[in-house]
Design a protein around this ligand. Structure first.
Ligand code: NAP
Length: 271
């Protein structure tokens, strides 16, 4: 983790990344049971600087792979039961982290919903309904804001830190050319605004902690499965590839990059 990579088109400013100075890292992955979140768990376990890895799951039914990793790394992996629509779960997770390690250096919000049960991305205005829209906002945006709220006191004033939320390019208002996917798009745009606003407050509270939104690129996970047919093979990333790319982007971030929205290739995306 945090190894340097080669970025031809990166817009991230030059300079030293403060996280690279750390010799010990306590990390939290929110949404660690599937896809990109689980990929980050696997990747972080390869970094010997990561001493404690807090991993959230919302239900045991889909947490089998994560529990196996905990069994393999009982001293490092701590699993936290956390549904992001329940603020009490977030409070309890933050308390476990505070009691366990006191300081957090890295938090990745990897939770997201595009389809679930009857919920499906809307093709047209006639498909909109309030409960589904509100659910998308609750999971994709409000959950991340509440996590930022309760983690704020866990990032130290003088120690480097990073809080990244996995967003999506379709949440870019400036880049919206195709329309559709109202709830997902709007909730990711709201997520980006929450992260931008939290970045400003974090800068006052813990100026060494960077807050960003990241677009992972289309990645072969449960979330993208129903929509992969029209994606050219070279544009469909494996989880491992996405994690590697985003790790490289994160490895280049510096405090002045806080509050921005970056793509997997290091380019800044339009709001
Ligand atoms: N895959 C892509 O192509 C793509 C593209 C752009 C952006 N993204 C974003 O990348 C992030 C990760 O997505 P993914 O592709 O890895 O999706 P995924 O495989 O479906 O994983 C989503 C994760 O979110 C968790 N989750 C969902 N609702 C939750 C809730 N209410 N409380 C707590 N956890 C909850 C899931 O837990 P359960 O196991 O309990 O369901 C799972 O761990 C999302 O923010 C997504 O929007 C993905």
């Amino acid at each position: 983790m945090y190894s340097r990579g080669v970025f031809q088109r990166s817009e991230i400013t030059k300079g030293e990344n403060l996280l690279q100075e750390l010799t010990e890292i306590n990390a939290l992955i929110v949404g660690a049971t599937q896809g990109i979140g689980l990929g980050f768990v696997r990747s972080l376990l390869l970094d010997t600087r990561v001493k404690k890895l807090f991993c959230s799951y919302r239900q045991e039914a889909t947490a089998g792979e994560l529990f196996k990793l905990r069994a393999d790394h009982p001293d490092r992996v701590v699993c936290l039961n956390l549904d992001v629509t329940e603020e009490a779960d977030i409070v309890s997770a933050a308390k476990t982290i505070k009691d366990g390690v006191g300081i957090l250096h890295l938090a990745l919000y990897c939770v997201g919903v595009l389809h679930e049960g009857e919920l499906a991305p809307e093709k047209s205005l006639r498909d909109l309904n309030a409960p589904d829209l509100l659910y998308s906002f609750h999971v994709n945006s409000v959950g991340a804001a509440l996590v930022a709220k309760h983690l704020a006191t866990l990032f130290d004033r003088r120690t480097p830190g990073l809080f990244a939320a996995i967003s999506a390019k379709v949440g870019s208002i400036g880049d919206n050319r195709l329309g559709g996917w109202y709830g997902y798009r709007a909730s990711k745009a709201a997520l980006n605004m929450f992260m931008k606003t939290a970045a400003i407050e974090y800068k006052r509270r813990c100026p060494c902690t960077i807050v960003v939104s990241l677009h992972p690129g289309t990645t072969d996970t449960r979330l993208s499965k129903p929509f992969q047919d029209n994606v050219p093979e070279e544009q469909l990333f494996s989880v491992e590839h996405t994690v590697e790319l985003l790790t490289d982007v994160m490895s280049r971030l510096k405090p002045e990059d806080s509050g921005e929205f970056y793509s997997w290739n290091g380019n800044r995306l339009p709001w």
